[in-house]
Write a protein that binds this ligand. Structure first.
Ligand code: FES
Length: 147
């Protein structure tokens, strides 16, 4: 009986340890096919700052402003400029999924290109875009307090 209890409690400890190891990796999963993960950032004033180093191995970075429901897709373009698009469907506000060619909505099938323009409805309006400014080592994204 004691051996059984020992084995049972040992298994529970192993399961808790495995869950603690796996959970941070799961919460870092990206909805984007070509993004390296979701970068969480705090809005200070009306801006978000993210490290330019995030773009060393990818041209697309999904940023999650703390306290927001929607992510922002930040793309580094060939001419060393950056575009920041709110991943909120303009049809009925569903969170979008990023891919290498643009964004898609799983709710009713709207599709947007990399610039946020509508490729396929029912959405009619383009995605909201935020101004970006390149600093020494950071990119500043000007955002409202809420999307
Ligand atoms: S909410 Fe995105 S297509 Fe309807």
């Amino acid at each position: 009986m004691q051996r059984r209890n020992f084995l049972k409690s040992s298994c529970n400890i192993c399961l808790l340890g495995a869950a603690g190891f796996a959970l941070p990796k799961l919460t870092g999963c990206s909805p984007a096919l070509h993004s390296t993960g979701v970068y969480k950032a705090t809005i200070v004033g009306n801006a978000l700052e993210i490290p330019l180093a995030l773009f060393e191995n990818t041209s697309l970075q999904v940023v999650r402003p703390l306290g927001w429901f929607y992510d922002i897709a930040v793309e580094k373009r060939a001419n060393n400029t950056y575009a920041a698009l709110l991943m909120q469907c303009t049809h009925q506000d569903n969170q979008l999924t990023a891919s290498g060619t643009g964004f898609s909505c799983s709710l009713h099938g709207s599709q947007f290109d990399k610039n946020g323009n509508v490729l396929k409805g029912p959405a009619e309006d383009p995605l909201r875009q935020y101004k970006t400014t390149i600093g020494k080592s950071t990119l500043t994204i000007e955002v409202p307090k809420t999307p």
